[in-house]
Write a protein that binds this ligand. Structure first.
Ligand code: LRH
Ligand code: MN
Ligand code: MN
Length: 428
C-alpha cells in the first residue's frame, strides 16, 4: 500500500529541518562521549510487536465506536501491521490471539508475512471467553477450575495454540498465557487449592509444548474478576514460573499494576532472578490497562527502560532475550495512529535510557550521593531525543513523521473505501 517513493517524497520535504536538529543533537551527544552510530544502530534495531487485537477499536462494556475500515481477517491485520512497519520500520512482527486469528491457509499467511517483511511474534491463548463449539464453560475459571475436564480443555487449547504458532514458523517460539481466572466474592475460591491446580495445569502445558518453546505468564491485579485474580502479581507469576521450568518466564504488562506501583523495581528484580520474559506496553491512569504507552507517565516509562538497559548490558545478569509487545486497544483513537504513537513513545524512552551515564550513576550510588544520582538519571530523561529517534527511522528506510504521513495520505479513508465503514475487527 505504501511505496518507497511515497516515503522518499514525504521525507524530502522534511529533511532540511530534521538535519538541523539532528546535527545539533549528534554534536552534543558526541561531546558527551556517546557513539552516535551505535545509538542509531541500537534504536533502529529495537522492534516492538503489534498484537492483532490492537488493530481494531476495543470499546468498553458500554459501547464501541469503530474507526471504520478495520481489518476483518488475519490477512487484513497482517496488512495493517505491514503498513505500520513500512512507516516506522520498528514493528516487524505480529502477535496472534487464538482463536481470534486462526490461519485458514498457513502457507498463504507465511507468504503474506514475507511480502510485508514481518514475522510472527508470541502466540496468545484465550481461555477468558467461551467459544461456540466449546464443550465446557470457563465461567468459573480455566487452568484453576475445580473440574479436571475443564482444566484439560484449557490445557489442550494452550498446547494447540503453540502448535499453530510453530506451524506458522514463529521465530520467537513463545506462548503467552494470561488467565482471567479469579473470584468475585469472598469465600468463592479456596486460594491454596486454586493455586495448586493452576500450577499443575501450567506444568502440563509446559510439558506439552515443544521443548524449545517459552511460556510467558502474565499477571493482573483485577479485571475481569474484582475480588481475587488467580495470578494477581509478579510474585505469584514468579513462583509459578520457578516451579514450572527454566523456559517459564514472567510477563510484565505495564497496565497490570495498582496505581503508583514501582514497576521499574519489579523489572530489576525479575531480571536479577533471570525470570523477566517479556513486556506488554501500554499506559494507565487509574486502573485501566489500555491507554497509549507513555501518555500518562513518561518518566516512569523511561525509568523502566533505564532498568531494562542496565540489566541487558550487565554480563552478570542472566536474563533471556525479552519479547516486546504493545498491548492496548482504544475506543476513541484511530488504532493505527495509536500504535504509531506508542512505538514512538517506547523508542523515545529507550533512547533516553541509552543516554544515562551509568558509570557516573553507579559511582554516585556507591557514595550515597543522592542528588547527583538523581540528576544523572534526570539529565538523560530531559534530553530531547526526537531527532535521534527520527534519524534511526530515516536510516532504516522509514518515514520522518509516520503520523503525519498516515493523515496526509488519507490512509484511513482508503481503508474505509476498501473494507467498508462498518468493518469491525475480529477479536476484542
Ligand atoms: C489482559 C491482556 C492480556 C490479553 C490481552 C487481550 O488484560 O492484557 O495480555 O491477552 O489483554
Ligand atoms: Mn497484556
Ligand atoms: Mn491488559
Amino acid at each position: 500500500m505504501i511505496s518507497n517513493e511515497q516515503i522518499q517524497d514525504h521525507n524530502s520535504g522534511r529533511l532540511q529541518l530534521h538535519n538541523h536538529s539532528w546535527d545539533h543533537l549528534s554534536a552534543q551527544l558526541q561531546e558527551q562521549g556517546h557513539s552516535v552510530n551505535e545509538l542509531v544502530r541500537k534504536i533502529a534495531g529495537f522492534q516492538v510487536a503489534v498484537p492483532s487485537w490492537a488493530l481494531g477499536t476495543g470499546g468498553t462494556r458500554f459501547g464501541r465506536f469503530p474507526a471504520g475500515g478495520e481489518p476483518r481477517s488475519l490477512e487484513e491485520k497482517i496488512a495493517d501491521v505491514g503498513l505500520i512497519h513500512a512507516l516506522n520500520r520498528s514493528s516487524n512482527s505480529i502477535s496472534l490471539h487464538i482463536p481470534w486469528d486462526i490461519p485458514r491457509d498457513t502457507a498463504a499467511v507465511k507468504d503474506l508475512l514475507n511480502a510485508h517483511q514481518l514475522v510472527i511474534d508470541s502466540v496468545n491463548s484465550n481461555t477468558f471467553q467461551d467459544q461456540k463449539d466449546q464443550e465446557f464453560s470457563y465461567k468459573f475459571g480455566s487452568l484453576c477450575h475445580t473440574r479436571p475436564e475443564v482444566r484439560k480443555q484449557a490445557i489442550d487449547h494452550n498446547i494447540r495454540v503453540a502448535e499453530i504458532g510453530a506451524r506458522l514458523g514463529a521465530e520467537c517460539k513463545t506462548l503467552t498465557i494470561w488467565l482471567a481466572d479469579g473470584s468475585n466474592f469472598p469465600g468463592q475460591h479456596h486460594f491454596r487449592r486454586a493455586y495448586e491446580r493452576t500450577l499443575d495445569s501450567l506444568k502440563a502445558i509446559y510439558a506439552g509444548i515443544p521443548a524449545d518453546w517459552t511460556t510467558l505468564v502474565e499477571y493482573k491485579p483485577y479485571e475481569p474478576h474484582f475480588y481475587s485474580m488467580i495470578i494477581p502479581d509478579w510474585g505469584t507469576s514468579y513462583s509459578l514460573c520457578q516451579q514450572t521450568g527454566d523456559r517459564a518466564q514472567v510477563l510484565v504488562d505495564l497496565g497490570h499494576h495498582l496505581p503508583n506501583t514501582n514497576i521499574e523495581q519489579i523489572v530489576a528484580r525479575l531480571m536479577h532472578f533471570g525470570r523477566l520474559g517479556g513486556f506488554h506496553f501500554n499506559g494507565s491512569m487509574y486502573g485501566d490497562d489500555d491507554l497509549t504507552t507513555g501518555s500518562i507517565k513518561p518518566y516512569q516509562l523511561f525509568l523502566i527502560f533505564n532498568e531494562l538497559v542496565q540489566g541487558m548490558d550487565d554480563p552478570a545478569v542472566r536474563n533471556p532475550d525479552l519479547a516486546w509487545m504493545i498491548d492496548a486497544s482504544h475506543n476513541t483513537k484511530d488504532p493505527v495512529e495509536d500504535l504509531l504513537q506508542s512505538v514512538q513513545a517506547i523508542k523515545t524512552a529507550y533512547a533516553k535510557a541509552l543516554l544515562v551515564d551509568t558509570e557516573a550513576l553507579f559511582e554516585a550510588q556507591e557514595a550515597n550521593e543522592v542528588v547527583k544520582a538523581e540528576e544523572i538519571v534526570r539529565a538523560a530523561f530531559e534530553t530531547d531525543v526526537r531527532p535521534l529517534v527520527a534519524e534511526s527511522r530515516l536510516q532504516a528506510g522509514g518515514a520522518l513523521d509516520p503520523l503525519a504521513f498516515f493523515g496526509e495520505n488519507g490512509i484511513r479513508r482508503r481503508l474505509i473505501e476498501e473494507r467498508g465503514r462498518y468493518a469491525v475487527a475480529t477479536g476484542l
